[in-house]
Design a protein around this ligand. Structure first.
Ligand SMILES: [Ca+2]
Ligand SMILES: [Ca+2]
Length: 349
């Protein structure tokens, strides 16, 4: 080491044999230096400080490792060797207490929660307030405020903002000031839906299909009425939770939606899968409702969205039904995949 221009918070030194590296160092306070080698615990370092020179005594053989970490003047009272993450003391959603668990599901509601308040404390150390991070669906939350009750306890308030319909996950992380930064990570998940959309899962509509593409995961139908209308622009891998493909066979395919009780509807919208800019809109889709033991095709005005939306809308005279289905004749899929029915969301109003 040649020179240290300021007191470093931490550094690492590699030593292959016993040595005494030195560095010029101006310190206005008594130096407290700790060292740690390999997986050993932090302990006071062997050093001298005189005439503004710091001299370290390094002995890799007795330390048990060549790489040694040093910590300079950590805050007094810091427990350097504890490994416990901060504790989640409590969670309030819009002022209402809920279970303080690492992964909390709030259920479905037309509106998202406005504020989620987390009580966090650490038994051993102060909390690192700069470590507080909150995201919703992976994006940083704009408005996060906190109030410090003591150095070891803080209340963190996350303002969710407008998140739109669909499944959402708010994730909060905060660490203590131990050198290894023990991190608490907690998630609150919730589902918002449009109450005017009778086909939404949040309105207790149930979806069934004729078939699913034979890959594990595609038999899960949640994506068809979870409120999420679009796919990510670059879905990772062949299986993803945003779209449902039928089996790829030259037979009719259908998606059926059943309401908990009869509803009067006059519009059904179908959002089709889009993969790498290819819209898999079925070219011959029809809207059908039950008639006795049969299904009959509803006379509807069919419109296709312009621009980037991959959407078909059926509009028709109001009809009261408990169920309907979007039906595709054999080979009636998209130009690229005519034997597939491949959609992202079905809505009914
Ligand atoms: Ca801790
Ligand atoms: Ca969806």
């Amino acid at each position: 080491m040649r020179s240290l221009k300021a007191i470093a918070a931490a550094c690492a030194v590699m030593a292959l044999a016993t040595c005494t590296p030195s560095a010029s160092l101006a310190s206005e306070h008594p130096l407290r230096i700790f060292t740690k080698a390999g997986h050993a615990q932090w302990r006071p370092a062997d050093f001298e400080y005189r005439d503004r020179m710091l001299i370290l005594h390094l002995d890799p053989e007795s330390a048990g490792a060549c790489q040694m970490h040093f910590l300079f003047n950590p805050p007094p009272g810091t427990d350097l060797n504890e490994t416990n993450p901060p504790l989640l003391l409590g969670v309030k959603v819009d002022g209402r207490p809920v279970d303080a668990v690492a992964d909390q599901y709030l259920g479905s509601a037309p509106e998202p929660p406005q504020t989620i308040l987390f009580g966090v404390a650490d038994r051993e150390n102060m909390l690192d307030l700069h470590s507080i991070r909150a995201t919703i669906d992976g994006r940083p939350v704009d408005e996060v405020t906190f109030s410090v009750l003591s150095g070891r306890e803080v209340r963190i308030c996350v303002h969710t903002g407008d998140v739109g319909p669909g499944k959402h996950a708010l994730q909060l992380s905060v660490s203590d000031v131990a050198p290894q930064r023990n991190v608490l990570t907690t998630a609150v998940r919730f589902h918002t839906f449009d109450p005017t959309n009778y086909a939404a899962a949040g309105n207790e509509a149930i979806v069934t299909v004729d078939s699913s593409y034979p890959y594990t995961g595609y038999e899960i139908l949640d994506c068809i009425n979870d409120g999420v209308r679009y796919m990510p622009s670059s879905p990772a891998g062949p299986i993803h939770p945003f779209a449902h493909p039928s089996s790829e066979e030259n037979v009719p395919h259908w998606v059926q939606v059943e309401f908990p009780e009869p509803k009067t509807i006059s519009e059904v919208a179908v959002y089709w899968s889009t993969i790498r800019d290819t819209c898999h809109r079925s070219l011959q889709a029809e809207l059908q409702i039950p008639h006795g033991d049969e299904w009959t095709t509803v006379e509807a005005k069919v419109t296709y969205s312009a621009g980037g939306n991959c959407l078909t809308t059926f509009t028709f005279a109001p009809v009261q039904v408990k169920e309907f289905r979007v039906w595709q004749p054999a080979g009636g899929g998209s130009k690229a995949r005519p034997d597939l029915m491949y959609l992202v969301e079905v809505e009914a109003r």
